[in-house]
Design a protein around this ligand. Structure first.
Ligand SMILES: Nc1ncnc2c1ncn2[C@@H]1O[C@H](COP(=O)(O)OP(=O)(O)OP(=O)(O)O)[C@@H](O)[C@H]1O
Ligand SMILES: [Mg+2]
Length: 666
């Protein structure tokens, strides 16, 4: 199949380097991190400068102590020698502290600004990526990258870089000084260092092999955890506690096992490294002593090497910790880059003036092998209302998602106003197509923020949208009104109220194209009237595609399209489709039967009882009657006949989506 994604996101939102470059020429993870730092590098450079001075200051203490020892050895030590060198050491300490503090502040400033930029860039990139690419990765894995892997960059930028300079500059300066005094002895000081480096290389190679697996295990644990907590309601409802907890436990066990393996493989090496790097005294004291005894070096030189020469390299042991962090940073940076490399939707033309929709020869496959849609030719005129019906799994949702470009068609073309949706600027397209799903997503902010969804609409505009969505009264009845946090409401918001909040969003968006994917099928009878009225307000004057499970919706649309097994089996006006399409005729016939059952039921129970199976049916006559609800897409008219009666009695349990027939049709 042809790639559904034709272009990467514009360079401004792509990482400065990396994206789009051939894999072979990719910069390493550390160059990547530095390139992401962008203008924040100035803080990092300043931090490195301060850290280097702080590193040099370590040597001042050694120098002070050495001066005193040498004076004592030569018999020239006076109180002023002690005072001057004590002062020198103190000044060195203060300067080291000041420089290190400045370095730390600067590096954190640069690091957190970089983290902010990388997270924003990644979120912006994901917002432009096809849903399929996000599904493939899963919420847990994406969370691991955005939270933990990005956080690791802080280790590199705020700690590893300045600390590496700090721990290196002092020893390098000391080595240069020692070389100027006695080169052979200075070189001998490097023997423990060389051995330690070999040990370090072995530790790193072992670490790197396991680290990838450890991070993958962490990502898996995150994914299972997110699933477990997110699906808690289902887990409890179906009493799946033990089974799903077993998966969670396995993921934790796997992670724990890997860290034990890391400890086993690197622990002994690390101990050897620490011992070797600190064993300079074992070489310097006998070697320097022998040279002193043979007259090759002066007593003061022997003291210098025995003291400074055997200690200055111990500073370097901290580099091992940096190395361990770098292994984690490297794998984290690679995963961040992988996320930024997810091809994103582009397109540059503004949204067209006309809002008609045309699908020509459209085919789609989620996985590249199974065709979910094929050969769809369908056009929707501007201002027309098209109902899409068909059996469950036929591809209705998939088809409408191609219009809003949640996915790109893998064959054929989807056009709006004559322009291929892939050529329309993606943000502009999303601004002009409003989608209301059955499953409503609400964020954790206030109700006001939930309706605004990032727009700068005033409170009055939000309230007007909420009034049209028939949710204003409910919100104003809350103690904190529109400032009520969604989290604080908990279960006090019903599914229908959530849907009306989503509809208020769509009204506020005022897009010329409106897609309703079963937006009302989950509503309970109490909410039905209000949702229907809200949808009527929402759809006025728009090009509307409504994926319908309720025949009432279908009858108020201009035309009906029937999708069966991924193909458009019939399209036309209701009467015509009824004649030509067996599925559609059967669905209406089913409704007839369900309706007569309901009438029978209603006659024996209560003339005004809500539909059977609805939660409110037990509550008696006070609940609004969904059967007399207005059509959602029709102008609000309380006297209009109803089509909203999915099923009754036995039929309700096996309801095919279109399980009913409106009374008018009968
Ligand atoms: N994200 C996905 N990845 C892979 N396959 C998918 C995905 N979403 C849907 N499908 C498959 O594509 C087919 C069409 O699904 P779609 O959701 O479009 O059907 P539908 O007609 O809307 O069904 P329903 O009426 O039950 O909502 C189904 O076989 C479904 O299993
Ligand atoms: Mg669907």
């Amino acid at each position: 199949m042809g790639s559904p994604i034709e272009s990467e996101k514009s360079a401004s939102s792509a990482p400065p380097s990396g994206s789009g470059a051939p894999a072979g020429k990719r910069p390493g993870p550390f160059s990547l991190v530095l390139s992401w730092a962008g203008a924040n590098k100035r803080y990092l450079f300043a931090s490195v400068a301060c850290a280097s001075v702080a590193g040099l200051m370590t040597m001042v203490g050694y120098l002070g102590v050495f001066n005193i020892m040498r004076a004592a050895y030569e018999g020239t030590c006076t109180s002023s020698t002690l005072r001057d060198n004590a002062l020198l050491t103190a000044v060195g300490c203060v300067l080291q502290y000041a420089c290190f503090a400045a370095s730390s502040v600067l590096s954190h400033k640069g690091a957190y600004k970089t983290l902010f930029d990388v997270r924003c860039r990644a979120m912006d990139h994901l917002a432009h990526a096809p849903l399929g690419a996000l599904d493939e990765r899963g919420v847990g894995r994406i969370k691991t990258v955005l939270v933990e892997d990005v956080e690791r960059l802080e280790l590199f930028l705020a700690h590893s870089i300045p600390e590496a300079f700090m721990y290196l500059t002092g020893p390098v300066a000391a080595f240069a000084f020692l070389c100027s005094v006695n080169a052979p002895l200075a070189l001998a000081t490097l023997v423990p260092f060389a051995c330690a480096l070999v040990i370090l290389a072995v530790i790193f190679s072992r670490m790197n092999k396991v680290m990838e697996r450890a991070t993958a295990a962490l990502a898996r644990m995150n994914a299972v955890m997110v699933e477990y907590v997110g699906g808690m309601r289902t887990v409890k409802a179906l009493d799946m506690g033990t089974a799903s907890f077993a998966r969670f436990r396995r993921a934790i066990d796997e992670e724990h096992g890997l860290w034990c393996e890391i400890a086993r493989k690197t622990g002994p090496g690390y101990a050897a490294y620490l011992v070797v790097i600190e064993c300079g005294l074992l070489i310097m004291v006998p070697l320097g002593g022998w040279m002193f005894a043979t007259g090759a070096v002066a007593g003061s030189t022997y003291l210098l090497f025995a003291f400074v020469g055997s200690l200055y390299l111990t500073e370097i042991r901290l580099l091992q910790e940096i190395g361990t962090k770098l292994a984690q940073v490297g794998s984290g940076a690679r995963r961040v880059q992988e996320l930024l490399d997810v091809p994103a939707f582009g397109g540059g033309r503004p949204f067209p003036d006309r809002a008609d929709i045309e699908l020509s020869g459209v085919g789609f496959s989620y996985d590249g092998s199974v065709e979910v849609l094929s050969g769809i030719d369908l056009s929707v005129r501007e201002g027309e209302r098209l109902a899409v019906v068909g059996p469950s799994g036929a591809g209705k949702s998939t088809m409408v998602e191609l219009v809003s470009r949640f996915y790109d068609a893998t064959a054929g073309t989807v056009r709006i106003g004559g322009v291929d949706v892939r050529d329309i600027d993606y943000d502009d397209l999303l601004r002009n197509v409003a989608v209301v799903f059955q499953k409503t997503f609400l964020t954790s902010g206030s109700i006001l923020e939930n309706i605004r969804m990032g727009s700068d609409a005033s409170l009055e505009e939000v309230r007007e949208a909420a009034r049209l969505a028939c949710i204003d009264d409910f919100v104003m009845g809350l103690p904190q009104g529109y400032d009520t946090e969604m989290g604080s409401l908990g279960n006090r918001v019903s599914g229908g109220q959530r849907q009306r909040i989503a509809i208020a969003r769509a009204i506020l968006k005022d897009a010329p194209i409106l897609i309703l994917d079963e937006a009302t099928s989950a509503a309970d009878p109490e909410n039905q009237l209000e949702i229907d009225a809200a949808i009527a307000n929402l759809s006025a004057g728009k090009t509307v595609i409504v994926v319908a499970h309720r025949l009432g919706v279908v009858r108020t649309c201009d035309r009906v399209a029937v999708i069966e097994a991924g193909r458009l089996s019939c399209v036309g006006e209701h009467e015509e489709v009824l004649r030509r399409c067996p599925y559609y005729a059967r669905a209406w016939a089913d409704y007839d039967r369900a309706r007569s059952l309901e009438i029978g039921f209603g006659a024996s129970a209560s003339a005004s009882a809500p539909e059977a199976g609805a939660p409110a049916s037990a509550s008696g006559a006070s609940a609004p009657d969904p059967v007399s609800a207005p059509d959602p897409l029709a102008p609000p008219d309380p006297s209009a006949p109803s089509f909203v009666a999915p099923a009754a009695g036995a039929r309700a349990a096996s309801a095919e989506p279109l399980a009913g027939k409106e009374a008018r049709h009968a």
